[in-house]
Design a binder for this molecule. Sequence first.
Ligand SMILES: CC(C)(COP(=O)(O)OP(=O)(O)OC[C@H]1O[C@@H](n2cnc3c(N)ncnc32)[C@H](O)[C@@H]1OP(=O)(O)O)[C@@H](O)C(=O)NCCC(=O)NCCS
Length: 150
Amino acid sequence: MAVLLVTEAKKDFLQLLLLGDEDEKMLDKYLERGELFALYKGGLKATVVVTREKKTVFEVKNLAVWPQEQRRGYGRFLVTEMCRLYSRWGTKMLVGTGDVPWTLHFYEACGFKRSYIVKDFFTDNYPQPIFEKGRQLKDMIYLERSLKTV
Ligand SMILES: CC(C)(COP(=O)(O)OP(=O)(O)OC[C@H]1O[C@@H](n2cnc3c(N)ncnc32)[C@H](O)[C@@H]1OP(=O)(O)O)[C@@H](O)C(=O)NCCC(=O)NCCS
């Protein structure tokens, strides 16, 4: 398993990145300022974007694993690696996600705890309604994990 930092041609990973955030304009807002990592095992399995939000606070903005490769531990491995890496500079890792039970369950399984909610984030910030298995996303649920104990 290899995790590589991508510094050029980030849009080559667009197909995978759009799984984590289907709005390319929203993606553009954080892709340039964030750091993009790609996980390879044989081929490309997963990507993640991490941004710096405050001096010692980082955020997982986009995590995506190819659908046929999900539930094989790649997502957990990549998030854990990011927490380990950014613990050099940060005290806290955040992640914001829609109110989707299996995604919340995934982050909780990775050691994140629910932190706060941004009401109507998806309806206010995305031009089109976003649906996840038939349910419209409205609020953004933030979770956090301390980087002090990583
Ligand atoms: C969310 C996502 C990144 C998870 O990655 P993954 O590689 O499939 O997850 P892992 O195999 O590392 O799962 C780790 C644990 O999380 C939990 N989990 C993961 N997917 C789950 C699901 N669909 N339902 C319930 N629990 C789940 C389980 O506890 C799992 O451990 P287990 O398989 O031993 O039971 C992946 O499903 C994905 O890319 N989804 C589409 C994009 C997306 O929604 N990204 C999140 C944007 S914030």
